[in-house]
Write a protein that binds this ligand. Structure first.
Ligand code: NAP
Length: 349
């Protein structure tokens, strides 16, 4: 694919994965020369519904331990996004080291400093990515974006320490002096529609966690891909946090189930799992099995995604790009009626 003069070159780690392929698709469709750093094919290789070669994706085969190879790859690109799965979170330190070693990174203030007395620490975020960006406004520099993930949770006493790893990556990104953006993409909507409503396995009952009243934020994976590529190229997002919180996608379990009942013309029996049961499970299950239950508790019982206000001076994607539209949950349920996305096996950690 011919490179457009002004298009940044984007490298994606984990680009063959559940979230990663949405980022790759969006990057290609927005005209960016797109690179995927991937392990050589092996027993772990999943058949992908994205044909990288015919899509013009540059594939670089390598392991995360191959420092020099990653450095050499970084030197070819302007932006890096990491969509590695939870067990590989700590491996993102290797990417940060390589970004620093690549040498085309210019230090910039980290967001707590640049934002004066009001550092913004989001509570629960969606997906971890890391990206250094050679930004449009900073020719010599590279902006690192750590599309962060769950941050300090309000229910930390029940929460396993798995968030700590992600926090370390963010702090390491800042400490490395790499320009960055932190993205709070919130829940992957198709993933959670599959999990909560199980459209592939139509039963008469739907499980409700807690009271079902807490509000969560669910964004369609395709949109997360598109908005992330936009944000990655947006000078306004340098050293800032960007939240993806479009109003129609702020939704409770009861509202989601009611919309699904309206779409399907069915009435489901709502079976409640009390909060105490989830808390107990999160405390007694060994890691990593305690992660999904802890996230369910945090997101759908405590409503942690909505536990902080987004103010005028915060960056929110639907406000940043009024010319674009997030798929609403109501629209996404139509997709589930006609061409339902396959359930994924990720532990949403
Ligand atoms: N917020 C949400 O609703 C939500 C939902 C799902 C997932 N997530 C989060 O999204 C992130 C990405 O998850 P995902 O489900 O998209 O990941 P995934 O599909 O499980 O894995 C992504 C890619 O990582 C690479 N990888 C896997 N194991 C590896 C290993 N041992 N060493 C090196 N590379 C390895 C693989 O690429 P190669 O084989 O090409 O190397 C794989 O395709 C995670 O942080 C996850 O928790 C969030």
């Amino acid at each position: 694919m011919a490179r457009q003069a002004e298009s940044s070159r984007i490298l994606i780690f984990g680009g063959t994965g559940y979230i990663g392929k949405h980022l790759v698709r969006a990057s290609i469709s927005l005209g960016h020369p797109t690179y995927v750093y991937t392990r050589p094919a092996g027993p772990w290789t999943q058949p992908s519904n994205l044909d990288f070669h015919s899509a013009g994706v540059h594939i670089i085969e390598g392991e995360l331990e191959e420092h020099e190879k990653i450095v050499a790859t970084l030197k070819q690109v302007d932006i890096v996004i990491s969509a590695l799965p939870y067990p590989q979170v700590a491996d993102q330190l290797k990417i940060i080291d390589a970004i620093v070693a690549a040498g085309n990174i210019k230090g910039t203030p980290h967001p707590a400093n640049s934002r004066g007395s009001k550092p913004w620490e989001p509570h629960v975020l969606a997906t971890t990515y890391v990206k250094p960006v050679k930004s449009l406004y900073d020719e010599a520099g590279i902006r690192t974006l750590d599309l962060l993930r769950e941050e300090e949770s309000t229910n930390q006493q029940h929460h396993p320490k798995f968030l700590e790893k992600k926090r370390k990556i963010r702090r390491a990104t800042e400490a490395a002096g790499i320009p960055f953006t932190f993205v709070a993409a919130n829940c992957c909507a198709a993933y959670f529609v599959n999990f909560l409503l199980h459209p592939h396995d139509p039963r008469d009952d739907i499980v409700v966690y807690g009271t079902g009243e807490a509000k969560a934020v669910l964004n369609y994976e395709e949109d997360i891909g598109k908005y992330t590529i936009k944000v990655a190229n947006d000078p306004r997002a340098c050293n800032r946090v960007v939240s993806y919180r479009p109003k129609p996608n702020i939704i409770s379990q009861h509202e989601l189930i009611s919309q699904w009942e309206e779409k399907t013309g069915r009435t489901f029996k709502r079976v409640y799992v009390p909060e105490e049961d989830l808390v107990k499970l999160s405390q007694t299950l060994p890691p990593p099995e305690n992660i999904p239950v802890s996230i369910l508790h945090s997101v759908f019982v405590k409503g942690d995604l909505m536990s902080h206000e987004i103010n005028e001076d915060d960056l929110e994607a639907s406000r940043l790009y009024p010319e674009m539209q997030f798929t609403t949950m109501y629209q996404l349920l139509d997709v589930f009626l006609t061409d339902p996305p396959e359930p994924a096996m990720a532990a949403f950690g």
